[in-house]
Design a protein around this ligand. Sequence first.
Ligand code: RIB
Ligand code: CA
Length: 312
Amino acid sequence: MTPRPIIIDTDPGTDDAIAIWLALASPELDVLGITAVAGNVPLALTERNARQLCELAGRSDMKVFAGCARPLLRPLVTAEEFHGENGLGSTDLPQPTMPLQPGHAVDWLVDTLMAAGDGEITLCPLGPLTNIAMALVKEPRILPKVREVVLMGGGFFEGGNITPAAEFNIYCDPHAAYTVFSSGVKLTMMPLDVTHQARTNRDRIAAVRAIGTPVGVAAAAMMTSHGAHEEADRDKDGGPLHDPCVIAYLLEPNLFGGRLCNVQVETGSEVTMGMTVVDWWGVTDGAKNCTVMNRIDADGYFALITERLARL
Ligand code: RIB
Ligand code: CA
């Protein structure tokens, strides 16, 4: 079986970390490179964190690029309260020795996509969509080269986690999200409606910690940190593990369920800025531009994560 070529665009990020490790542990995927974007923490940290995560997984060969340091139009909003000052919770990984790749991530995205065949590469954004939007604006001819964009972001019945209306990745750069959602690219969205069903409860954290490897121990620490801050409902055990849903979907799509809908991104009102307006009931004739996931087999999801992280 030929591994599926993917590019991970990310703002690590404790949940991004586990998504990256899940991808690196899975032979079904060929991670062509990792592009860092400002989001949870500033770019200087997200690109460093990405390199640290690759090295801990024994992948110092991975190409990591630094992308956009701020959203297209709005000032950068970060999320240290969820991910800690360093972006990786309470986990201090060794300083990276692997190099950051020269050049801008957006240029590498464009060059890599333009050199690929039509429908060849899957883009996996786990943070604000700034890099992806910039690539689409810089070189619209990349559009047919993209097999699919599978992203973590948005929310509809579940509302928002950074404002009552908006989820962080979309809110952080709503104009980039508008650009991507209106581009015509094939989209699959993992919103809060699905990620809030996947919580890092004590048993799930213990299973990952029991792996006993540096990645397993670090992942358990990040899941614990995530749960302590991230939308941890008082009546639920643990916090939602958002970003690995993107990678898990590529590996085991049957873990998820959803519906093809029209999705628009609000950029007009400060009250609803960054809201993903999902026509779930089909009450408009808007183009069905996005498969919106709202169901997950949470036990199967964490079993997959645990099994795969044990391989690193
Ligand atoms: O709202 C959750 C998303 O915002 C996740 O991608 C998390 O890492 C943060 O970037
Ligand atoms: Ca993220």
